[in-house]
Every structure is written in C-alpha cells, then in structure tokens.
Design a protein. Structure first.
Length: 731
C-alpha cells in the first residue's frame, strides 16, 4: 500500500514545492537568499540549549514578585546582552494577592476539613520544595468568610444554570461547587455571583484530567488526587492587566483605583481544590441526581443539592503591589529600524512552570541566540526584532498589558506584528491569529518538518483536521484570550499570532506543583524536538516579517474568513428562530407537560420571545465591495514597484489591523476595541468573532444587535478605504 502511494506522494510533494517556490513578500532572488538564511537558521537550533535552560529557569517557583523570578530575568538579560542585544527591564507595580488564610470545611451533615495541599512525589525533587511552593488559590478572588448550603453546578457555565432553572434550583445565598473545564475558570465565580451565590469552589474532576484519562503522576502525566490547578479569576473579559490601573500603565506614581472599586476582582470568594478534597463535599449532597452529562468519574452518585451539605469558606489575601519585570531585548534593523517585529513569551509561572511558560520561553531564547549569530555573520535583519519576556502573565496578562498600555502611540506607529508563544509540547502545530497573516504562516508551516513523521508540520496539521471532520487546508484559528497577544491585537490593533505545538503531551500538570522539569522531560516533549520545531516555526515567521520587501499581509484569505464569520452569525440567528418556533409549538401542544415524570417535576416550560429578523445588508454590501478592492490589489505586481513605493505600501499595510478597531470599544467593555476578534463575555478564553454583533444576538439584545451591525459595517468600510488607498499606490 505504502509503495503504491509513493509516486503519488512524490508528485504531490513536487507540486507543493513549486507552489511555494517564491516566499510571499519576496522577489525571486530575495526569496532564494531568505531560504538559504532559514536553512542556516534551522541548522543551528540546539535542543540541548532548550533542555539546559529549562532546567535552570524552572528549578524553583517563580511567580511575580519572587526572588527567583527576578533572578531569571537578570539571567536572561545577561544572555541577550552576550548575544549582542540592547536590553532593558521595564518594571511596573501591580496588585498581586498572596493567600494568607485558606479554610474550607464541611460543617453539616458530617464534617471534613479540606487539606488544600498537594503531596511531593517520588522521582520529582521539585515537588518536595515545601514552603517554597505557592499555596493553591485563585488570584483575584475577593476576601470572604461565608457559610451556606452547597449546590453542584456542573461546569458553572450559562447552559448549566438554564438546566438548574428547569429543575427549580436556585443558588441564591448558597455556595456553588463547579468542575474545572467547560470555560475559562473566571467565568464560574462571575456567573455564580450574578446568580446570587455567596461563594464558589472549583475542583478538578478525575474525568477531565485525572485517572479517567490515564495514569496519574508520578506513574503517568495525569492529575493525582492531591493536585490543584491554580489560576486567575480576574474578570479578564472586561479588561486584563493590573486591576487598579485600567487602560493605563501601572507606573510607580500612577493614580490607582481603590481596591474596593476595582471591577475585575471577583464579587464572591473562590477557591480551587483537588478531587480528594471535593469528594467528601459531593458525597454529602442530596437532592436531585445530576443529569448524566454532569456526572464525573468519582466513585459516587452525583447529586445537585442544595444541601444538606453545608460548607464554610474563609479566604484572606495579602494585597500588595509587586514589581513586574518585563525584559525587552532589541536587535536593530539594518534598513527599517523603525519597523518592529515583536516576539514574546511570558517568564512568570504559578509554580515551576516547566511547561507553562518555560517550554515556550526557551524556544524564544534559542531563536534570539541564532538570529543574533546570523546577524553577526552578515545577515542583519532589515527590520528591528524586539524580543520580550513578560512578567505577571499568570495573574491576568499583567506585564504585557501594562507595557502595551505604556507604549501605545509608539507601537501604533512602529509595530509590524506581534508573535506570541506560551507552553509547548509534542504534537500538532496550533496557530491562531490575524487572518491577513494566514497565507504567510501556511507557507512557513509547509517549510517546517515534523520531527516525528518527516512530513511538513502543515501536512500533519491538515491530516489531524481531516480526521476531526474538518477540511484539508491550513487555517489560523481566531484569537480569543489566554496569553499575552491580547493587549496587542484586541486593544491596540497590531496584527498578532499565537503559536504552539500540542495534542500528544496531555496531562494534568497545568498550574499545579507537578508542572516540573521532571514531568516535562518524561511526558511533554522528551528530547525537546518540538521545542526546536517551535523555534524553527516562530523564527522563520519573525525572519520573514523582518526581511520581506513587501510585508506578507495577504487579504484574499482575510476576506474569505470574514465572509465565513458573517455566514456563521447570520445562521446563528436563523437557528435561534427555528429553535424558538419549535419550542413554542411544543409548549402550546402541552408536549413537555405530557412527557414529564410527575415524580421528578421540573418547572413548566414557558413560551419564548420570538426571534426578529435583522437587516445584515449594510455588512453584506461592504463585504461585496471589499471583495472587488482586494481582488484589484492582489493582481498588482507590488514587488516590481520602486523601493520608495514599496516603503509607502508597507507603511499602509502595517496600519491596516488598527482600522479594525473602534475607539469606543465593545458594548460594556471599552478596553476591547477589535471588531473582528474578542474573548467571549461568558466564555473567557473562547473567542467570539464579529463580537459586537454575535454577542448581542446570543444575548437576545435585538436593538443592540442592529446597532452593532452598523458599527461593524462602518469598521469594514474604513478597511475598504485603506485597500482603495493601497490600490491608488500601485497605479
Ligand atoms: Zn502561560
């Protein structure tokens, strides 16, 4: 079988090589030189460096404000300097809570005191560092001392509360217990508080990342019964960054909000726990049995409550300003020093953070080392490369957000693009970002070889897509939130990418004391082959952006993505209408009532408000106009123009993503200004594309939806004006 396919594969290989013969944005000759440069770059990447550096950077816990964190920054600065970079450490003073009091106890009908401590394991010395380890907690939970009946709310996301309402269960005045997963964690206490709960407990069910998935640590990579996921619960969909300085930099003398007035600190206390600590609480619950889809893998019958389980939750934090140190290392461009390609990864971790974030950080360091070496050998990048190691990402993208807020005018003028990485492991290339960069990233992904299979990482990615029912093409996902690209793209309108390999290094170590060098080198990416693949991918992208004659922004694929999103939003509205019509028919025919088990009563189904028709024509018309303007531009032979013309076009291209912002931002959250991509108000990390329109429809705010259609049409119209200007430049 293999042999029969061989000639066909050869032929396909030949076609794909020809198709990507010339690198986007490079003339034939420059393309050849760039390919040689990239081959040289790839050859010099060393897995040993990644290994050694991870061992050092992840040797001790290094959350924001720790001595070890500062030591890491200084060590990295020394490396950058030795390679020939100009460096600076930009420090901001940011609010960071440290847990002083953590009490969780079951007070009725039996008693149990939660241990709140993960155990050291054999074979992993890092887990035995005792007091050095950061206690498990959720950063930006408010202080609180509450006691109430417990209610199990599944993942604690909007659809779970719909289910509870049907069952006639109210969480008002109660403490909820929710499983991790299903959404970003911060949504759970936010929604619980909106529903009137007075406390929130989040636990990791073994079904999601414990023994139901595989052997637990140290036998296997999954969560043992004592592991606890730390993490921020700041209301990041409102605004990320320092909670006391929304929209401006947390410099030493900045005017700060009072802590009581900071809108992104939770309204109720929230604490994460292990499944060992969750089990007695869940066992003490009675009331209705949880729906089948809510049940986890603990050996018990999952009940919802409320009660008779009653819990006492007491949390107190030390609320202090801590220094967040961002390291910025610059290699000045030879031809266009005022055009910046920015490459970043965070350096702070919850505990040791071997995977999150050090696996990405060491790839960035290796890229920077080799790029500087090539520059010294006579291959200086044309544009300036700016390497950033961010602090305080974990508590809420704080280091990067403060730095961006501090440099907005300069960034708007000089930034070409921002390329982010974070944790990395064995598997498939995951790439998200601005769709104007899709064609370029696809070309790079076809040029990088997968370390295990010997085909390009794009081929592997596409094969994985097909197996999951997708199509055989390389696409960027849209960016929501969850790492440091957010302030760049969604607040400032800088075209951004987020890159990482994964899917074959799954485990339960995320944000626990088990995310260590020992765990990483056994289970995540032994040998650092995918760390090198990441450095290869991100490095080639940075070098192409730095050296391109015409910046590799490609608008045809951008346009078809916008068309797809528009189709999705319109279909959402149609589906909602069909759903409501069907529901109302069943209500009037008494169908729900007839099938209901009288021994398990649920609230009677009510008629729903009909879904109106919205007028999408303002967007449809401008999308059609854009198609024509973009077709004209893509036909132009831009590379044949004079150097001065190309420089003018590059300036125009650099500013195009900014046109997709609206200064007044999204409804109820003006920090988020991008009109194409935003994290969901009720999903957190999960993206909402065309967010103004989409979220208004999902929340059934019909008037707002129609207004947002107008706002989006205006935004796209502005983009069309930019494309027309490009067209006049190529005349
Ligand atoms: Zn991270």
């Amino acid at each position: 079988m293999k042999n029969k396919l061989f000639p066909l594969l050869l032929l396909l290989g030949a076609i794909s090589v020809t198709a990507q013969d010339r690198i986007i944005g490079f003339s034939e000759k420059a393309s050849e030189a760039q390919k040689e440069l990239e081959a040289d770059y790839e050859k010099q990447l060393s897995a040993d460096n990644l290994d050694q550096w991870m061992k050092l950077l992840a040797a001790e816990p290094h959350w924001v404000g720790t001595e070890y964190g500062e030591k890491n920054v200084k060590w990295m600065e020394k490396q950058f300097k030795s390679w020939g970079y100009k460096t600076e450490i930009d420090t901001y003073h940011v609010l960071f809570p440290y847990p002083k009091v953590r009490v969780l106890e079951l007070t009725a009908p039996t008693t149990y005191s939660a241990k709140l401590e993960a155990v050291a394991v054999e074979g992993d010395p890092y887990t035995a560092q005792g007091d050095k380890l950061l206690p498990s907690y959720n950063a930006f939970s408010t202080d609180g001392d509450v006691e109430a009946e417990l209610v199990f709310v599944n993942y604690g996301i909007p659809s779970d509360y719909d289910e509870l309402e049907k069952l006639g269960i109210d969480v008002k005045g109660k403490i909820v217990i929710a499983k991790y997963y299903g959404s970003w964690r911060g949504i759970k206490p936010k929604l619980a508080a909106e529903k009137g709960a007075i406390g929130c407990i989040i636990y990791s069910d073994p079904e999601d990342d414990g023994y139901a998935q595989g052997d637990v640590y140290p036998e296997g990579p999954y969560k043992n019964k004592t592991g606890v996921q730390r993490g921020s619960v700041m209301d990041m969909p409102l605004y990320p960054g320092d909670v006391l300085t929304p929209g401006y930099a947390a410099t030493k003398d900045a005017k700060r909000l009072k802590r009581e007035d900071a809108p992104t600190i939770t309204k109720i206390p929230v604490l994460p726990i292990s499944y060992e600590d969750a089990q007695p609480l869940l066992e003490a619950l009675k009331g209705p049995v949880a729906p089948a889809s809510w049940r986890g893998a603990l050996p018990l019958t999952y009940h919802i409550g409320p009660g008779p389980a009653k819990v006492h939750l007491k949390l107190e934090f030390d609320w202090q300003l801590k220094p967040a140190h961002n390291l910025i290392a610059t290699l000045e461009g030879d031809e266009f020093p005022d055009e910046w390609v920015i490459r970043g990864n965070h350096h702070d971790a919850w505990v040791h953070g071997a995977s999150d974030p050090i696996s990405g950080m060491v790839a960035l360091l290796e890229e920077a080392r080799v790029v500087a070496k090539l520059a010294k050998a006579g291959n200086k990048p044309k544009r300036t490369l700016v390497y950033c190691a961010w602090d305080a990402e974990e508590p809420g993208l704080i280091g990067s957000t403060e730095w961006v807020e501090d440099h907005i005018p300069e960034l708007k003028e000089k930034a070409v693009a921002y390329i982010n990485t974070d944790g990395n492991s064995r598997g498939y290339l995951g790439a998200g970002g601005s769709h104007s960069l899709q064609a370029m990233v696809s070309q790079v992904a076809h040029a990088v070889t997968d370390p295990q299979k010997g085909v390009s990482v794009a081929e592997r990615r596409k094969a994985a897509n097909v197996m999951r029912g997708g199509d055989n093409s390389f696409k960027l996902s849209a960016l929501g939130s969850g790492s440091d690209y957010t302030p760049f793209i969604q607040h400032t309108g800088i075209a951004s990418l987020n890159l990482g390999y994964g899917g074959e290094g799954s485990g339960g170590e995320y944000h626990t004391i088990y995310d260590t060098y020992s765990h990483y080198t056994r289970f995540k990416d032994p040998g650092f082959d995918y760390g090198v693949a990441l450095a290869n991918t991100a490095g080639r992208i940075s070098l192409r952006l730095a050296n391109a004659e015409v910046l590799p922004f490609e608008l045809t694929q951008w346009h078809s993505t916008i068309e797809t999103y528009l189709g999705e939003v319109m279909k959402t509205l149609e589906d909602m209408r069909a759903e409501v019509e069907k529901h109302n028919k069943l209500v009037s025919a008494d169908t729900y009532e007839l099938v209901m088990d009288p021994k398990k009563p649920i609230a009677p189904a009510k008629m729903k408000e009909e879904v109106p028709y919205l007028d999408f024509s303002p967007i449809q018309n401008v999308v059609a106009d854009l198609k024509k303007s973009i077709a004209t531009f893509s036909k132009a032979d831009v590379l044949a123009l004079s150097g001065a013309k190309k420089a003018q076009i590059n300036q125009q291209l650099m500013g195009m993503e900014q046109v997709l912002l609206q200064d007044k931002g999204l409804p109820r959250r003006d920090w988020f200004k991008h009109q194409i991509y935003a994290p969901g108000f009720y999903t957190g990390y999960g993206v909402k594309t065309l967010p103004g329109v989409r979220e208004a429809i999902e929340q059934q705010e019909w008037k707002e939806a129609q207004e947002q259609i107008g706002v989006l049409a205006t935004t796209l119209k502005n983009f069309d004006v930019q494309v027309q200007q490009l067209n006049s430049m190529v005349q």
